[in-house]
Design a binder for this molecule. Sequence first.
Ligand SMILES: Cc1cc2nc3c(=O)[nH]c(=O)nc-3n(C[C@H](O)[C@H](O)[C@H](O)COP(=O)(O)OP(=O)(O)OC[C@H]3O[C@@H](n4cnc5c(N)ncnc54)[C@H](O)[C@@H]3O)c2cc1C
Length: 431
Amino acid sequence: MRSQHQQGIEASTHGLWAATAPVLQTEPLSGDSSADVAVIGAGYTGLSAALHAREHGLSVVVLDAADVGFGGAGRNVGLVNAGLWLQPNDVLKALGKSYGERLIAELGRAPQVVFELIECNAIACEANPKGTLHCAVGRKGVSELEQRFAQWRELGAPVELLTREQTVAEVGSTAFAASLLDRRAGTIQPLAYARGLATAAMRQGAHIYSQTPVQKVEQERARWKLSTSRGSVLADWVVVATDAYTKGPWAEVRQEQVALPYFNLATKPLSPALRESILPSRRGAWDTQSVLTSFRLDDAGRLIFGSVGALRSGGAAVHKAFSRRALRTLFPQLAAVEFEHAWYGTIGMTADSIPRFHRFAPNVLGISGYNGRGIGPGTVFGRLLAQHVAGKLREDEMPLPVSPVQSPKLRHLKEWTYEYGAQLAHLFASR
Ligand SMILES: Cc1cc2nc3c(=O)[nH]c(=O)nc-3n(C[C@H](O)[C@H](O)[C@H](O)COP(=O)(O)OP(=O)(O)OC[C@H]3O[C@@H](n4cnc5c(N)ncnc54)[C@H](O)[C@@H]3O)c2cc1C
């Protein structure tokens, strides 16, 4: 684990979400302990695995190198979407009929799983299950949405393709040619959701430790010993839930992903009149551009605007200037509005945009690589991992096949291209 100083802006870059999420106190692990299941990583995957493992009566210890929600879980846009970025037909092509159909069905229901967990556990996280809007830029965008619409409708999903006029009314901007309204989806305060899952898991008896990087994992007879700087956990099962923020053992999880940086800026709370004119139904939205932008409101009426890019070195100024221009074009009434919070994080992309299910060693499992759509999938996969560990779901009944860890070709070059390509795109974009 690198020091706080070496991590620079990433170490404290949870922006608005850290400012408005309920506080959660957790301590580092000190001493030796034992559990049925040790979970490495306190994001959605690890916390959902922990909560559901407790429901199956298993004892659980969760260890996070930093804090609950330190990774993608505390930095994302908060769009709780159904399915993957890939369109359903592409999922079938990549995985075949059996796994593909299971994955599409599981992730189609993922927002429902998230919103039910929020309700059952009374998680205060600004949950708004009113749907999301995917907004078309130009003719190319419209044809992409037409395909998505046709494929999801074929599967019986409650999606609607909105006309330009309907989109103008939904978004409060004339920038988009159409939009896809997905009524399964919605928005949350993402860090509050992670902390709420952690609270629910602890209430059920899970032990969660922060500032506790797992440094070494070794087999001790039939069990696994996880070593940290001040203690250890002996467990029958290990769930590796470290995704794009992986450090220490199983570093290959990170090496199999291409890191895509994504930033968010939040305005001050808008006046009631401005609020009425922007996303009046409070649905979160994003567009079809390849360097996409996203925008949504929080409960206090701040507009959260995001796009691809890292707010470090020259990128910070370029992306902020682009965001001001983009907001002025999308919502001219916001021309004078100041940004109050800025933060960014790393999204883990896989070569074929499909998440990965790994068996690293006997009884050591992990799922990762959500390609920017991890709230629903992380929650669902955590639940499925817990079912598998509890003996309720066979490995071949999971919606993903076990696959070996494979590093993508030219990973560093692709990461460089994402970061600096986004800077170039934003430097020259008129909005
Ligand atoms: C800026 C941004 C915007 C996004 N927008 C969306 C969105 O709108 N909707 C959506 O669905 N998804 C979105 N995502 C993706 C989503 O946030 C991730 O897919 C999700 O957080 C993955 O969850 P996770 O639990 O697998 O991993 P994470 O939430 O990343 O958690 C991993 C945890 O593992 C810990 N860890 C790592 N190594 C160790 C170790 N050795 N020992 C102990 N702990 C360790 C880390 O500290 C971290 O807390 C976005 C991501 C980013 C960064």
